[in-house]
Design a protein around this ligand. Structure first.
Ligand code: SAH
Ligand code: SF4
Ligand code: F3S
Length: 480
């Protein structure tokens, strides 16, 4: 790694690079020695486990943490009775937080049995000061806490954690840094998430993400392309471009570029077979993007287009910046241009002030758009967001609306998925079926799951499969 002239020289003659990537490699080298000593003491290679709570962006961050732990000499284990355990947390809804607190108690019992065990917490929940206070008070066995903005300095924090015996807490309020080229350990050899941007500027009134992930920052296109080329050379055939609102990608770069143009550049990468992306904010979805998708041979026939509510009044309160009619017109345009596309969505029920009449508006949109799948969430009050100060909806009303929405979502999705019955689809095989080892499980371009007879040799391959039997939201098929 190239070092800059301004490197810091320590008393012992060692130089700490100032270039951030080089600096972190310096700390990884140092960490390797600590891990070697630990391995000697234990008489075996120490193990790690990174558990992800939350979205694909968190999952990608976890792969980066795993990359560093692997690089410094730990062995990956799925088991939380490991020597280094990280919880990469989510705080989008309160139930995500509660799961973390619940499981921390169990980690403590593992730590009592293994005095060498280190416990680290990171991710979105750690950006909330009330959470840090609670952990300091009630979970003092935690060794290291860091946030979303300084995850790139995990190697450095690891050293601090090994050299000190009290709880290390390092949380930044924000950052404009994007640190490239740190190690990554992928969960799947054949597919990978790629961050194209970080943070969010939209401030939907219910949502905590802009507060815990900071302002929107796009990566340079050349860095993204280079990362994908490296992944493809390493066997990746499908990528998922990640951002809270990919449609506003590139607007703030020194040389601005649209998301649609980025996709066209990525399409040219030889050997790459499938391109997915997530998430699209309806207010920023351009005609240019629809055109590029319609013509593309690699962009998957799937668009996740979060609706949140079908009531224009509630959408306004949510600060979503589109109306019911605008959303419907957009969905119609997409279906006209790309008839075989699957549209999926997110819906919130129980936003402050929502009545059952508003819920009917949401149901009307579901029926008109005919989603292939929809995630329905009960509104969760997040401290510090504008919606938290609004009048909350009584639980019984929320429950009634939620059950209604869920039923319509499931009925329409079932109808949509059934439309493929008897056809042949290209399926990327992902894994051996969880319940029946004689089957493999894969995904169609439109993201529908398909199970069919096959073995481990098919994993990572795209094969034609006849869709024989629709079982609700997935298919049983036969390879042809
Ligand atoms: N950036 C993405 C969404 C990220 S959060 C977008 O704008 O579409 C994923 C989903 O969680 C959101 O689409 C929303 O449906 C849901 N969500 C966010 N905040 C929530 C809250 N306070 N209560 C319930 N659901 C919420
Ligand atoms: Fe949250 Fe809205 Fe940003 Fe999505 S676009 S992350 S829902 S604030
Ligand atoms: Fe959760 Fe953070 Fe993602 S709050 S949904 S993990 S950006």
């Amino acid at each position: 790694m190239e070092q800059t002239k301004k490197d810091i020289t320590l008393e012992n003659g060692n130089r700490i690079p100032t270039d951030e990537t080089a600096r972190q490699y310096y700390f990884m080298e140092k960490a390797r020695k600590y891990v070697e000593e630990l391995a000697h003491k234990l008489g075996r290679k120490p193990t790690f486990c990174v558990t992800t709570f939350g979205c694909q962006m968190n999952a990608r961050d976890s792969e980066k943490l795993s990359g560093i732990l692997t690089a410094i000499g730990y062995e990956n284990s799925e088991n939380e009775e490991a020597d280094f355990v990280i919880y990469n947390t989510c705080t989008v809804r309160d139930n995500a937080n509660q799961r973390v607190y619940g499981r921390l108690g169990v980690l403590n019992s593992f730590k009592r049995k293994n005095p060498h065990m280190k416990i680290a917490l990171c991710g979105c929940m750690m950006q909330e000061s009330s959470v840090i206070e609670k952990i300091r008070k009630s979970y003092s066995f935690v060794d290291l806490i860091f946030g979303t903005h300084n995850i790139f300095k995990f190697a450095e924090l690891f050293i601090t954690c090994f050299e000190n015996h009290e709880m290390i807490v390092d949380i930044w309020k924000d950052t404009d840094q994007i640190v490239e080229d740190l190690p990554v350990e992928r969960k799947y050899p054949f597919k990978s998430g790629i961050n194209i941007m970080f943070g969010c500027n939209n401030f939907c009134s219910y949502c905590i993400v802009p507060y815990v992930r900071g302002r929107e920052r796009s990566r340079e296109p050349k860095d993204i392309i280079r990362e994908i080329e490296t992944l493809v050379a390493d066997g990746v055939v499908e990528i998922m471009l990640l951002g809270q609102n990919v449609n506003s990608y590139g607007k703030n770069l020194k040389d601005p570029i649209s998301f649609a143009s980025l996709l066209q550049e990525i399409e040219k990468i030889e050997g790459l077979k499938r391109i997915r992306f997530m998430t699209s904010h309806p207010k920023d979805l351009s005609d240019e993007l629809i055109d590029v998708m319609a013509k593309s041979k690699k962009i998957c026939r799937h668009l996740h287009l979060p609706l949140q509510s079908g009531s224009t009044r509630i959408l306004k309160e949510m600060n979503r910046r589109y109306t019911k009619e605008q959303y419907l017109a957009l969905a119609r345009k997409i279906r006209e241009r790309i008839p075989d596309i699957a549209i999926t969505t997110d819906i919130i029920v129980g936003f402050p002030g929502e009545t059952l009449a508003d819920v009917e508006e949401t149901i009307d949109v579901i029926k008109q758009v005919q989603y292939d799948n929809a995630f329905t969430f009960i509104y969760s009050k997040r401290t510090g967001t504008p919606a938290a100060a609004m009048e909350q909806v009584p639980e019984e009303i929320v429950k009634e609306g939620f059950d209604k929405v869920l039923k319509v979502v499931q009925d329409t999705a079932r109808e949509r998925v059934k439309l493929w019955q008897g056809q042949t689809a290209e399926v990327l095989v992902e894994e051996i079926n969880e319940h029946d080892a004689s089957l493999v499980t894969g995904r169609m371009s439109n993201n529908t799951l398909v199970h069919f007879k096959g073995d481990v040799s098919l994993i990572g391959k795209i094969v034609p499969v006849k869709l024989e039997e629709c079982r609700g939201f997935y298919y049983f098929g036969e390879k042809i």
